[in-house]
Design a protein around this ligand. Structure first.
Ligand SMILES: NC(=O)c1ccc[n+]([C@@H]2O[C@H](COP(=O)([O-])OP(=O)(O)OC[C@H]3O[C@@H](n4cnc5c(N)ncnc54)[C@H](O)[C@@H]3O)[C@@H](O)[C@H]2O)c1
Length: 383
């Protein structure tokens, strides 16, 4: 038997469409910090992309970035405004810290430029609504940078729900996180209020929410009771240095109880640091079966182990372990490529703001409810 036949079951389809290198796209990078390197390297893999401009608020940073990443002839700017005022672009990657996602994205859309903005979408629900309005007015694409969407195991979570195996879903638990994992190796932009706005809640919470909400079809959030704490970040004992503890201005742990449209409840907890290995696996309970999704410390990649379906068979309680899926390529490349393909070929936006505004509404709702110390209603404006 030939290898061809033996391999026939493997999913070798690539998600992008054939790249027409004649039809080129001019791309700019706004914010040249850590994640911008991942964007630049994937754009460089695309035969139809020219990175023509880069901007950063820190003097000299964009130039050093271009040099380090082998980007020649790139025009450099001191902020997103100068870049977008001066360039005719097809697309930008907004790779700034959370607090400037909204202003950079809106300005780009107003200039008629398609935007791939890093996750989380932004910090507040009001910002997310303004981004959606700008997108709608511009007629351009706004995609949010959730690369786990392209992971085969994450897709399997959605596939299980959509197959109807679980029956009607009524309860979802998600979150997870780290025992020690406050992200400071690249400075303080994740932990200062003025740059990050939100901590673990948005940084990794947005991923775990997206995994389950995308699987169950992004029902609208209605109410939320939220909790946030910062006992580790503010304690020099747990931080790399006293300076970091003094600067820590966001949450390092968050929890929420959210009521979703359709009578579904969502129980969520996320951690950058705690005295526990994991706050639990993700669960999706349906009337016919339940799904366990093993927790992971990071959440920006795949799931933490094989998916298990709990169901009944011939009157017995049984479990089915799904084999872990093999990934067929680089999820970060797919996030970039799918955005470019959507622009070039009029395809649907890969990770649309119409969904992620609900994700943002939950993050914002948890933060606001925690501040108020009570349950709040989530009101999402019609756009
Ligand atoms: N998808 C992923 O796996 C992933 C991983 C890490 C970070 N991120 C996200 O990427 C974003 C950036 O993270 P990072 O680690 O690269 O941060 P960073 O602090 O290393 O870089 C951000 C850069 O943006 C610049 N900046 C801010 N506002 C600007 C503006 N208006 N114009 C031009 N430059 C501006 C800052 O000066 C800084 O250099 C965050 O929102 C983070 O959540 C995503």
């Amino acid at each position: 038997m030939s290898d061809k036949i033996l391999d026939a079951f493997m999913d070798k389809k690539t998600e992008g469409v054939k790249v027409d290198a004649e039809k080129r796209l001019k791309v700019g990078i706004i914010g040249t910090g850590w994640i911008a390197e991942a964007h630049a390297s994937r754009y460089k893999e695309c035969p139809d992309v020219d990175i023509v401009a880069a901007a950063d608020l820190v003097p000299g940073k964009a130039a050093a970035f271009c040099e380090a990443n082998g980007l020649d002839g790139v025009r450099l700017y001191p902020s997103h405004k100068e870049l977008l005022d001066s360039e005719e672009l097809d697309a930008v990657s907004v790779c700034t810290y959370n607090k400037t996602h909204a202003e950079c994205t809106i300005y780009a859309l107003e200039k008629g430029v398609n935007v791939l903005v890093e996750k989380p979408m932004c910090v507040t629900l009001d910002e997310a609504a303004d981004m959606r309005r700008a997108e709608k007015k511009s007629g351009k694409i706004l995609s949010i940078g959730f690369q786990p969407r392209f992971d085969q195991n994450m897709k399997m979570v959605k596939k299980v729900v959509e197959s109807g195996t679980l029956g009607e879903v009524y309860y979802v638990q998600t979150g997870g996180g780290r025992r020690r994992g406050i992200p400071t190796p690249f400075g303080t932009s994740f932990i200062e209020e003025k740059t990050a706005g939100l901590g673990a809640l948005a940084d990794i919470g947005c991923y775990s929410l997206d995994m389950v909400l995308n699987a169950i079809g992004y029902p609208k959030p209605l109410t939320v009771t939220g909790y946030v704490s910062d006992f580790f970040g503010k304690n020099p004992k747990y931080m790399d240095c006293t300076e970091y503890a003094a600067k820590f201005g966001v949450d390092d742990f968050a929890a929420g109880f959210i009521r979703l449209e359709g009578g579904i409840v969502l129980d969520f907890r996320i951690s950058w640091a705690m005295h526990l290995d994991t706050p639990g696996d993700s669960l999706i309970l349906g009337k016919d079966a339940g799904l366990r999704i093993p927790s992971t410390g990071c959440w920006n990649g795949s799931i933490g182990g094989p998916l298990v379906i709990y169901h009944d068979m011939a009157g017995e309680c049984v479990e089915t372990v799904l084999p872990e899926a093999k990934n067929d390529g680089d999820n970060f490349y797919k996030k970039i490529r799918s955005f470019l393909d959507a622009i070039k070929n009029g395809l649907p936006t890969p990770v649309p703001s119409s969904q992620i505004i609900y994700n943002q509404a939950i993050l914002d709702g948890i933060a606001r409810s925690a501040k108020l110390g009570r349950e709040i209603e989530i009101v999402i404006p019609e756009i």
